[in-house]
Design a protein around this ligand. Structure first.
Ligand code: GUN
Length: 272
């Protein structure tokens, strides 16, 4: 069966919209976009469209690639202090001359809709409630929960250890009592680890989950999205070859992508 991110994300967005409708003061998300990375521009546009759809006010602040770190830090401090702004998101990646950790560390944890600040990451890691959970792993859990996929006691292989997806995904799965194996570029015999997993979540950005690699009736979640040699959008998983071995699989596009946006809107609707 397909894990249909389009349908489930619409359900989430409807819930968020109903909640926002009842709020007298609407949430206000500010997105900072640095440079001209085409993918980032598309992601930010999709965030703006989703915000509009659910009644969340959104402002996009664009800066050129040449912006200095201090100017960006000043802008974030100004947004932190502005009571009209309830959420701040700095689109990644940033240019190399900017220290992304300095930027993230400056965002107020109560406005950190990405859940990227040390306070929110730390709270997640020690089992306290963070103000926000990172959007992509939260969206993946919303998708799995919608299809009643059991996480408790499940053997889950997470491929990729990024701060945006892999690491928080592992923490959130642990919180749900899954047994988690985090694989990455130095992992030995990744094929065998994938083969024993009840659930595989792949977030690396290249074809890594191939034919005959997954266990019969396993669940496969594909977070990767990139263009193949023919310019077609594709994911980490060789869908056509893997699909028959799975009980559930998420497509690309139409799986995790829309869930990430809906999950971000869920976060952006929170006001502290
Ligand atoms: N770049 C790719 N994914 C994300 C995300 O979830 N948040 C931000 N801020 N940047 C990203």
């Amino acid at each position: 069966m397909i894990l249909d991110g389009k349908i489930v994300s619409e359900k989430v967005l409807t819930v968020v919209k109903d909640k926002v409708n009842k709020m007298s003061k609407k949430p206000h998300l500010v997105v900072i976009l640095v440079g001209d990375d085409p993918a980032s521009h598309i992601y930010v546009k999709n965030k703006r469209i989703a915000a509009e759809k659910v009644g969340i006010k959104s402002t996009i602040i664009e800066f050129p690639n040449t912006i200095q770190e201090q100017e960006l830090l000043n802008k974030i401090k100004e947004l932190n202090a502005n009571p009209d702004v309830t959420g701040i998101l700095v689109q990644m990646p940033l240019p190399e001359h900017i220290d992304k950790n300095n930027i993230i560390n400056t965002i107020s944890p109560k406005k950190d809709v990405d859940g990227f600040t040390p306070e929110n990451v730390g709270k997640l890691t020690i089992g306290m409630e963070p103000y926000y959970y990172p959007a992509t792993p939260q969206g993946i859990l919303m998708l799995l929960d919608e299809y009643n996929i059991k996480l408790e006691g499940a053997d889950v292989v997470v491929i990729g250890r990024s701060n945006i997806v892999g690491k928080p995904m592992c923490q959130m799965l642990l919180k749900r009592n899954a047994t988690v194996t985090n694989c990455h570029s130095y992992t030995k015999d990744i094929d065998n680890k994938i083969k024993t997993a009840d659930i595989v979540i792949s977030a690396v950005g290249k074809k890594i989950v191939r034919c005959k690699m997954v266990k019969k009736n396993s669940v496969v979640v594909d977070v990767g999205i990139f263009k193949d040699n023919n310019g077609q959008l594709t994911g980490d998983v060789d869908f056509d070859y893997v699909v028959d071995s799975t009980s559930y699989i998420s497509p690309v596009p139409g799986g995790v992508g829309p869930m990430t946006i809906a999950s971000l809107m869920f976060n952006a609707s929170k006001v502290y």
